[in-house]
Design a protein around this ligand. Structure first.
Ligand code: MLT
Ligand code: MN
Ligand code: ZN
Length: 309
């Protein structure tokens, strides 16, 4: 199985259009150690020909352009795409807006939780993906589902599971508990290659590494995990936004209850942070925080990084 990071940045990407923080200034200036990142998405393929996208970011057009495998191949019909399916982990803008880039009457399959399918159904702009061509399937929880799309069997399956998180920002209800979040608003995915039986986990948003999640990930070959913030208050401290990491539904990398500490005893062979926010100090390759994450066995994900499993 081939797995490629299309976008390793969080919502807004790196640099973010209206952000003048130290990291965004440095990457705009081309300072050594800083690399631009598009928004959160992965692609996976069992045969190197047909691909599934895990989330569809607003930067999808640029991501396809940077990935020849995702363009029509020589000898394909005049309209063709190797993208046969898209699996969504939540309803946030950074994970669903790229569906709009996939218009032009191309068949593929969309997989999402019921509440995210409801978002697509109630926002008529998504009708641009013609129901007769683009199938929408509800993800079963904790059960493997074979991935298919456009009549193609991708020879991989997806197992979705609920992780602690938050409802999409634009759906927040200020008067409801946890802003109206319901179980399944944030999903983790396990993708398994049918031939080799190997699998990896993709969890770009997660508010807490609770015991059930830790048990699930123990001994995994490869995990892509929520790397939004280094510390709880970094956006407040940098004057960017009045929100903590937990308020945004993201566990921090550092600290006693952070992801680095939570993964330390889990014996995960390969750990890669994705969905990295522009405020995160690990975006500076020369930072002490980057060194600390690397020393704990973590890779800071970059666009275009490819892993074979
Ligand atoms: C998040 O990950 O917290 C969201 O992408 C925020 C947003 O939608 O802007
Ligand atoms: Mn996001
Ligand atoms: Zn910034």
């Amino acid at each position: 199985m081939r797995i490629r990071i299309l976008g390793s940045g969080a919502g807004g990407g790196f640099p973010q259009w209206n952000c003048n923080c130290a990291n965004c200034r440095a990457v705009r200036a081309g300072k050594p150690g800083f690399t631009a990142r598009t928004q959160s998405s992965l692609a996976a393929s069992a045969d190197g020909v047909n691909w599934v996208l895990l989330n569809a970011s607003p930067d999808l057009r640029e991501q396809i352009a940077a990935t020849p495998e995702l363009a029509p191949a020589q000898g394909d019909p005049v309209r063709a795409s190797p993208i046969k399916a898209v699996v969504l982990t939540n309803g946030d803008v950074d994970h669903i807006a790229g569906l709009l880039n996939l218009r032009e009457a191309q068949p593929f399959g969309v997989y999402a939780a019921r509440r995210v399918l409801n978002v697509l159904q109630t926002n008529r702009i998504f009708d641009i993906l013609q129901p007769a061509l683009v199938s929408r399937a509800e993800l079963a929880m904790d059960a493997g589902m074979p991935l298919t799309g456009a009549g193609v069997d991708l020879a991989m399956s997806v197992k979705a599971f609920a992780v602690p998180g938050k409802i999409a920002l634009y759906l927040e209800d200020k008067n409801a508990a946890n802003f109206g979040t319901a179980a399944g608003d944030t999903l983790g995915l396990e993708i398994t290659d049918h031939k080799s039986g190997k699998s990896f986990f993709y969890i770009p948003g997660c508010a807490q590494v609770e015991p059930a999640l830790a048990d699930r990930l123990r001994g995994a070959a490869l995990v892509f995990f929520d790397g939004t913030l280094w510390r709880e208050n970094e956006m407040i401290d940098q004057g960017l936004m009045g929100k903590t990491g937990s308020r945004m539904g993201h566990v921090n990398m550092s600290g006693a209850d952070g992801s680095i500490a939570a993964f330390a005893p889990l014996d995960v062979a390969r750990k890669i942070f994705v969905h990295i926010n522009n405020s995160n100090p690990t975006l500076d390759a020369g930072s002490k925080e980057r060194a600390e994450a690397n020393a704990a066995g973590w890779t800071i994900g970059e666009d275009g990084m490819e892993i074979a499993l």
